[in-house]
Structure formats: structure tokens, C-alpha cells
Design a binder for this molecule. Structure first.
Ligand code: HEM
Ligand code: HEM
Length: 132
């Protein structure tokens, strides 16, 4: 079904953008442009992942299926939560200067958790789709 194909395509694009954000933050911090690119890639990645999540929910609804019924969908939901929390914490570092240390550490942790969840969810997605 076309919505499932959109789901996979949006998740693939979103995951690549989120990975680019993590790579830029990890390796390009000495460059002047790093934060602009990190923020842009991170925000686009999160937006694509959330849109991909909406496509999945719509596809399951139209199929008459039950929501959140398998490990892929549970890890998928956790991935969506991390995709909201990570950029939010990224921005909060600049909005709440008196809490910057804690917010920075939590943002970094959340970004790494997001990366891990994305990898697990994609593998489980291939299993849910019958490829593994
Ligand atoms: C999905 C989106 C995002 C992901 C996955 C992500 C992930 C990360 C990771 C993993 C790091 C630590 C890198 C390292 O030390 O190796 C980092 C650092 C940072 N991120 Fe993000 N980020 C995202 C979005 C944002 C946004 C929207 C902002 C807002 C401006 C932001 C601001 C920062 C800043 C300022 C740092 C440096 C913190 C420090 O000095 O250690 N990030 N990010
Ligand atoms: C980061 C990547 C991904 C995330 C965050 C994600 C997230 C989700 C979520 C939240 C659902 C549940 C929708 C609902 O129950 O209403 C879902 C369903 C589904 N996804 Fe993904 N997905 C990802 C990647 C993939 C990939 C790569 C595939 C296939 C190659 C895939 C195939 C499916 C299938 C077949 C379903 C329906 C499963 C069922 O009804 O039990 N997903 N996904």
C-alpha cells in the first residue's frame, strides 16, 4: 500500500538527516557553520520522522489494523518521542541559560538514544514487513 511505502521512504530520509546531525556535532564542531547545519539537519530529520510516523498510523488505520501491536511499533513510538525531545532540548539550551549544563548533557544523551532507537526500529521494521 502506498502509505506504507511513504512510511518507509520518510523514515529513511529522516534517519539519514538525524544521522547527519549527529555526525556534524561529533566531528565538525571546530567549523563556524556546524551549529547551523546541525540544527537544520536535526530539525528536518525530526520533522520527516514525525511525518513518517503519521503515515504509519494512517496506513494501519486504513488497513483496519490494531495500533501499536508489535515490537517494531513499540520501538517506533519511542523513536517518535525521542525525535520530539531531542530538538526541544537542543533549543532549550539557548532559552534557559541557568540550566545549560544539564540540558546539554540530556540533549546529547537523547540524541544518542534516538540514534540507537532508529537502528533497532528499522531492523524490526524489515521484520514486520516480512523481509527478515
Ligand atoms: C534530531 C535532532 C538532533 C539530534 C539527533 C542531535 C544530536 C546531538 C548530539 C548527539 C550531540 C553531541 C555530539 C557529541 O558531543 O558527540 C549534539 C550536540 C549539540 N546539539 Fe544537537 N541534536 C539535534 C538537534 C539540535 C537542535 C535543534 C539544536 C538547537 C540549536 C541542537 C543544539 C546542539 C548543541 C548546541 C550541541 C553542543 C552541545 C555541547 O557543547 O556539547 N541540536 N546534538
Ligand atoms: C526510524 C524508522 C521507523 C519508525 C520510527 C517507524 C515507526 C512506526 C510506527 C510508530 C508504527 C505503528 C503505527 C501504528 O501502530 O499505528 C509503524 C508501523 C509499521 N512500520 Fe514502521 N517505522 C520505521 C521504519 C520502518 C521500516 C524501515 C519498515 C519496513 C521496511 C517499516 C514497516 C512498518 C510496518 C509494516 C508497519 C505496520 C506494522 C503493524 O501493523 O504491526 N517501518 N512504524
Amino acid at each position: 500500500m502506498i502509505l506504507f511505502q511513504w512510511h518507509v521512504a520518510l523514515m529513511a530520509a529522516g534517519s539519514l538527516m538525524a544521522a547527519a546531525a549527529v555526525l556534524i556535532a561529533a566531528t565538525q564542531r571546530q567549523r563556524r557553520w556546524w551549529l547551523r547545519f546541525h540544527r537544520g539537519a536535526g530539525l528536518s530529520g525530526a520533522f520527516l520522522i514525525l511525518t513518517g510516523g503519521a503515515a504509519a498510523v494512517a496506513a494501519v488505520t486504513l488497513d483496519g489494523g490494531e495500533h501499536l501491536r508489535s515490537p517494531h511499533t513499540w520501538f517506533g513510538a519511542l523513536t517518535l518521542a525521542a525525535a520530539v525531545a531531542t530538538p526541544l532540548l537542543g533549543f532549550l539550551q539557548f532559552k534557559v541559560p541557568e540550566r545549560v549544563e544539564g540540558l546539554r548533557a540530556t540533549h546529547r544523551l537523547c540524541g544518542r538514544i534516538l540514534t540507537g532507537f532508529v537502528l533497532i526500529t528499522i531492523l524490526l521494521g524489515f521484520r514486520a514487513a516480512g523481509f527478515l
